[in-house]
Write a protein that binds this ligand. Structure first.
Ligand code: NAP
Length: 325
């Protein structure tokens, strides 16, 4: 890990691009959704607290408030230039068609009021019809992703300078293998669910060998969201370690992730908790503590089935991910 532009937050150098990403990013997806002004205000507070890495997506409807928060941070002098920030956004599945990808990133750039995104990810490894307005969806609205042609569209975004790096999200080893068999530019990042209770050992090994950085979403188990629960924050083993070290279970999870060499996207719009989540760099876990965590029984939190419904294609994706842990 190297020093990054984020205050006190180490950075990881991404492969296949000349870019350093702060290892803790702020998530912007809230559940239940909050007003855009609330998101904007939280992001400005996060920049004050030292966050320099933000994770958004067309699907979250948080690109606009993030863009407004960046403009506000520049006005307030919290940052001197947009280049001090690392911004990730994602291609939504309804636009996962070769000809729609450059227009989609341009739409995200307009929402964000930016000239470039640092990292643009394929959000999900499937395609949805453009009529989809809510989840779950009917089977007729779900299609396999044409990985080769969609990745060509992503490569075009990078070649045009609209994003500095390209990557994927929620990709299994199988999907990555398919992508790598035709990619001219390999993905820099695979953003997946990861935390002490879903450790992704096989997927991480696969990515490590190929220079793909793994970034963890829901690193705290997504407590209080529609897709998560308290299994991390109230995990006995993590609680015991936290108590012994005078830390919180959230910090133990984030520190463990950092020690595994992955970056974390944690969402908190609460000033104290967002500061707490950055305060993980001047202490470490002992070998005994790490070993206890690596032996925790595993359980995936988010499944595509729970979001989209029990369709054959969806169940196939979930089965591939279960294979990767
Ligand atoms: P998360 O970061 O694991 O958990 C967020 C929840 O934990 C919020 O309810 C938050 O509440 C609470 N929290 C945060 N810090 C805490 C602390 N120190 N102590 C106690 N509670 C704390 O889950 P997530 O939101 O699912 O994931 C984070 C981000 O990853 C998202 O916002 C999104 O940007 C991204 N994501 C990506 C995908 C994908 O498919 N690529 C999927 C899911 C998420 P407060 O805000 O009240 O603190």
């Amino acid at each position: 890990m190297e020093p990054s532009m984020a205050i006190g937050v180490p950075g990881v150098t991404l492969s296949f691009c000349d870019l350093t990403m702060p290892v803790i990013g702020m998530g912007t997806s809230s559940s239940p959704p909050v007003a855009p002004e609330t998101t904007k205000a939280a992001i400005v507070e996060a920049i004050k607290a030292g966050y320099r890495h933000f994770d958004t997506a067309f699907a979250y409807r948080t690109e606009q408030p993030l863009g407004e928060a960046i403009a506000e941070a520049l006005r307030l002098g919290l940052i001197k230039s947009r280049d001090e920030l690392f911004i990730t956004s994602k291609l939504w599945s309804s636009f996962a068609e070769k000809d729609l990808i450059v227009p989609s990133i341009r739409m995200s750039l307009r929402n964000l009021q930016l000239d470039y995104i640092d990292l643009y990810l394929i959000h999900w490894p499937l395609k949805l019809s453009q009529e989809v307005r809510q989840m779950p969806v009917i089977r007729e609205h779900i299609f396999p992703l044409d990985i080769k042609s969609v990745w060509e569209g992503m490569e075009e975004c990078k070649n045009l300078g609209l994003t500095k790096a390209i990557g994927v999200s929620n990709f299994s080893c199988k999907k990555l293998e398919e992508l790598l068999s035709t990619a001219k530019i390999p993905p820099a990042v695979n953003q997946v669910e990861m935390n002490p209770l879903w450790q992704q050992k096989k997927l991480r090994e696969f990515c490590k060998v190929r220079g793909i950085h793994v970034s963890a979403f829901s690193p705290l188990g997504a407590n209080n969201t529609k897709w998560g629960d308290n299994r991390i924050l109230e995990c006995d083993v993590l609680e015991e370690i936290a108590k012994a070290k005078g830390k919180t279970t959230a910090q133990i999870s984030l520190r463990w992730l950092y020690e595994q060499g992955v970056s974390s996207i944690a969402k908190s719009f609460n000033n104290e908790r967002m500061k707490q989540n950055l305060d993980i760099f001047d202490w470490s876990l002992t070998e005994v503590e790490s070993n206890k965590i690596s032996q925790l029984p595993q359980r995936k939190g988010i499944t595509f089935e729970s979001i989209l419904g029990p369709h054959d294609l969806v169940l196939e994706l979930d089965a591939e991910s279960l294979d990767d842990c």
